[in-house]
Design a protein around this ligand. Structure first.
Ligand SMILES: Nc1ncnc2c1ncn2[C@@H]1O[C@H](COP(=O)(O)OP(=O)(O)OP(=O)(O)O)[C@@H](O)[C@H]1O
Ligand SMILES: O=C(O)C1=C[C@@H](O)[C@@H](O)[C@H](O)C1
Length: 302
């Protein structure tokens, strides 16, 4: 979550002042300092290029394993098919079909909605918003943890719905990182379905590792009296939360399964994936959703 900036909240009147509403700059993305080993780039390029370009690449590299042409084409791959390039290309493919529609990222706590959402927004030329941050700003900088502690979860949920309503009714071309629990209220789906919702589906074990690494101070629902190592405590809490809301995430327009990307790219573990690779897959899933939507909109199904 990001620091509060320009919001004013009047709790008694339940009013959010949106006049100074402004997103933070996208900022630097830690994960672009990525490992660029041959296998990774090759797999990424091959997995994400359009089919005809994929064929071109194969034709170029197959003839002679030892030829300098192959080495040249290998190094070409390094420079050409960098993650950023693939991301940009995917975004360009999707943009004309979006008609300015916003994107709402949903997923469990720590699933990377903020990290991946910023990358997607940058690639699309959209503005990024973090729903938790908006709520904090609306409450004069009161942190999510403090809102839970002083006002209770129900007040937080009201503010969350209010923020999603305002975002969906007022803004176009935004990428929104929603709170992990935004999926539990049907009314929130009504607002999120004004845009395209994308579920970042991350195995609970990977989430527990991430959360154990950064702590639970900003995630009140993960606070627990249970003793044990941070990973085990986080995993147990996540399992309990998942039981209640796992099903709700399936309402999303598109699902981005980190396990699926991992096997598609031939990696060993979901932790090998960079946020940019996840963003690329998100665009692919959005494309599939748009294709399906388009098919349904045509009476002839063509
Ligand atoms: N692909 C990734 N691989 C490893 N760590 C990641 C990845 N994506 C995000 N992280 C890390 O996981 C943590 C949670 O990420 P982030 O804040 O983006 O998730 P979130 O879904 O917005 O979380 P929340 O809903 O709790 O606010 C951060 O420490 C972030 O750096
Ligand atoms: O999963 C949840 O219910 C939450 C996730 C966070 O993003 C915050 O919205 C808040 O801590 C609640």
């Amino acid at each position: 979550m990001e620091a509060a900036t320009v919001y004013r909240f009047q709790y008694s009147s339940s009013c959010i002042d949106w006049r100074n509403f402004e997103s933070k700059p996208l900022g630097s993305i830690r994960y672009t300092q990525k490992v660029k080993e041959d296998k990774r780039l090759r797999a990424l390029a091959l997995a994400h290029l359009q089919p005809e370009k994929r064929r071109d690449h194969r034709q170029r590299s197959v003839p002679d394993k030892n030829s300098s042409a192959l080495l040249e084409s290998e190094s070409l791959l390094h420079s050409q098919f960098d993650e950023e390039l693939v991301l940009k290309r995917k975004a360009e493919e999707v943009i004309p079909f979006l008609n300015g529609r916003s994107m709402y990222l949903v997923g469990m706590m720590g699933s990377g909605k903020t990290t991946v959402g910023k990358i997607m927004a940058r690639a699309l030329g959209y503005t990024f918003f973090d729903c938790d941050t908006l709520i904090e700003q609306a409450m004069n900088g009161t942190s999510v943890a403090e809102i839970f502690e002083h006002f209770g979860e129900s007040v937080f949920r009201e503010k969350e719905t209010e923020a999603l309503k305002k975002l969906s009714l007022t803004y176009h071309q935004v990428v929104v990182s929603t709170g992990g629990g935004a999926v539990i209220r049907p009314i929130n789906w009504k607002y999120m379905h004004k845009g395209i919702s994308i579920w970042l589906d991350v195995p609970l074990e990977a989430l527990a590792h991430r959360i154990a690494a950064v702590g639970t101070s900003s995630r009140p629902l993960l606070h627990d009296d249970e003793s044990g190592d941070a990973y085990t405590v986080a995993l147990n809490r996540l399992k309990t939360i998942w039981e209640v809301r796992g099903e709700s995430y399936t309402n999303a327009s598109a699902r981005v399964s980190l396990e699926n990307i991992t096997s598609k790219l031939g990696y060993r573990s979901v932790s090998d994936l960079t946020p940019t690779e996840i963003a690329i897959e998100a665009f692919e899933q959005v494309q599939s959703f748009l294709n399906k939507e388009d098919g349904m909109a045509r009476p002839d199904g063509l």
